[in-house]
Write a protein that binds this ligand. Structure first.
Ligand code: CP
Length: 306
């Protein structure tokens, strides 16, 4: 069954059938990643451009690996060595790339709406790899894949997203996707980092982390995004860690097993203590592996129109 859209710009409004299709297809590609030869000819002859206007480790490498494992031709674009430095606009940059007969564009940009804008001006399929504080749909899909792999379902699983919700595109995409899939979604953090739009989305808000841990099956812990915060929104990193940091002691005190996700990069001993990040509670490395399979699924479904 084909996806209901040509681009993946966000998860707001994406139907359950599309999300299920992506997660189910990713299961087949996870199997490919276990083979001695981790490559299939699915996108042979297709050309994909990775347009990264903002720094990235996981997403950029994960997309590139996914594209190469599908046998696509891959072109990597970095804004810091391009004609963007000479004042070229995003539209002109991509129009020129399109003239070279590209089929798909993966874009990360600091401006919210950059991927939507591209989707309106190019023929190629556009995948949003993170736009400002707006959406990061492939991260949310790999998070959902990892949760489904662990619990067997997303329906009724209580996922609490902890930390800097206001500046997080990961939180936004997770909320849209998880709600569509029937999960029970909450957020927890300091009042200064919880946006007003959250409760109308059917998301419960916790300001007490111990209460949130008591109720949740899984914590998706977010990075404190100091680079996006215009002013000090909490007193010190040390105090943030004491009040909202996930520590071994806090988890032990809860007397229950809670699974931990984190999209990365981690600020160790700020939002998450190093021992918990590396513990049996953590699926962080599993998320990274699943990310390649999920991105292969998205590229395949959009790139072949299936
Ligand atoms: N999770 C995530 O988007 O990580 P990068 O910024 O390293 O791509």
């Amino acid at each position: 069954m084909a996806l209901s859209r040509r681009h993946l710009l966000g998860l707001d409004g994406v139907p359950k059938e599309d999300i299920e299709q992506i997660l189910d297809t990713a299961t087949s590609f996870r199997e490919v990643l276990e083979r001695p030869i981790k490559k299939v000819p699915t996108l042979q002859g297709k050309t994909i451009v990775n347009l990264f206007f903002e720094s990235s480790t996981r997403t950029r490498i994960s997309f590139e690996l996914a594209e190469r494992r599908l046998s696509a031709d891959v072109v990597n674009f970095s804004a810091d060595v391009s004609s963007v430095l000479k004042g070229e606009t995003l539209k002109d940059t991509v129009r020129n790339l399109e003239a070279m007969k590209i089929d798909m564009v993966v874009i990360r940009h600091a401006a919210a709406g950059a991927a939507d804008f591209l989707g309106k001006v190019v023929q190629a399929n556009v995948i949003n790899a993170g736009d400002g504080a707006h959406e990061h749909p492939t991260q949310a899909l790999l998070d959902m894949y990892t949760i489904r792999e662990k619990f067997g379902t997303l329906e009724g699983i209580h996922v609490c997203i902890v930390g800097d919700i206001s500046h997080s595109r990961v939180a936004r995409s997770n909320i849209y996707g998880l709600k569509t899939m029937g999960a029970n979604v909450s957020v927890c953090g300091p009042r200064t980092l919880i946006p007003r739009f959250i409760e109308p989305l059917g998301v419960k808000v916790y300001y007490d982390l111990d209460e949130a841990i008591r109720d949740a099956d899984l914590l998706n812990v977010l990075r404190i995004q100091l680079e996006r915060q215009g002013s000090a929104l909490f007193p010190t990193l040390r105090e943030y860690h004491q009040t909202f940091g996930i520590t071994r002691e806090r988890l032990d005190r809860s007397g229950k097993t809670v699974t931990i996700l984190h999209p990365g990069p981690i600020n160790r001993d700020v939002e998450l203590s190093g021992d918990v990040a590396d513990s049996e509670h953590s699926l962080i490395i599993q998320q990274v592996l699943n990310g390649v399979a999920v991105r292969m699924a998205i590229l395949y479904l959009l790139g072949t129109g299936r």
